[in-house]
Design a binder for this molecule. Sequence first.
Ligand code: AMP
Ligand code: MG
Length: 338
Amino acid sequence: MLWTSGCSKAGESAVSAAEDGGPQSISVFAMDTYMQLTAYDGQKSAALSQAKDEVERLEKLWSVTDEGSEIYRLDHSGGEPAEISDETAELIAFGMELNELTGGAFDISLYPVLSEWGFTNGDYKIPSEERLSELLKNVDSSRIELSGNAAVLPDGMSIDLGALGKGETGDRITEIFRANGVSSALLDLGGNIQVIGSKPDGSPWKIGIKSPWGEGSVAKLEVRDCCVITSGGYERFFEGGDGEIYWHILDPKTGYPAKNGILSATVIGKSGRLCDGLSTSLFVLGEEGAKKLWRERGDFDMILITEDGRLIMTEGIAGEVSLYEEFSGLETEVMSRD
Ligand code: AMP
Ligand code: MG
């Protein structure tokens, strides 16, 4: 059977000319990141201002620190039912599905553990084993009860949709842009890239896959109509007093940073929310787990950069990836389904 991630690849034709007046961009700081949205055609001003409103609305809904947000209310509900909107319920349900799919590697209820490490406010420290095991007792998103617009978190559990929110937001912006006739756009949501169509000249968008070892990009990926979402340990980390590097993606089984041989996991596919959730998941699962998940599903492609210096990519996008000169010595591996 031929699987496809649903992305249009370079070489397919879906060309749209830029409207007179050139591209229009906005920058928005939201969800703890700088977002840069650029529309090349269609009703650009309307698309951008509606997108900004939507980003701000979603941030208000899902912020963990804003006392008026639905997530804040839920996190402080003390085990009582809390009312949430359809869209929040849907995103929590999606997080729970991913938890099941990944055998617990992805878990939206890790928030108290992330907070203990200081990843939520930059006040970093290495928690004690005792403290971690105490906090891990309340980590298990499969225990969340969802029923229509009512959600019940077990007392002591807190959730955060940070590993999914930007991807979901990118999907919403894509819808808004399309509704405004935009057929060529680049959305950069803090390194999460979502593109609409192709570049105004008809050529594919060229997306850099960042080097986990420092500045610059390891490879270039050419895509159209696609999400390219990366999770990497290099995005947020600190060096402990013991000289070790501790990063922000944790293994829910241990409460420690996930060190399973992967330095960055990029997921390429049609749905931002799925790619966002999966990139975090693959990073935790490690090479074997990620490969297994890819074989089981047909809805994404991936690029993994491993600790031992290999770049693993799936057959659906391998033809669109080229290494930059500086990294031409990297060992590459193409995964196929047979
Ligand atoms: P991303 O940049 O999408 O990979 O999301 C990383 C963020 O997800 C972190 O900053 C944490 O807030 C959260 N996170 C860390 N580990 C996990 C995990 N195992 N499952 C779900 N979310 C996580
Ligand atoms: Mg993610």
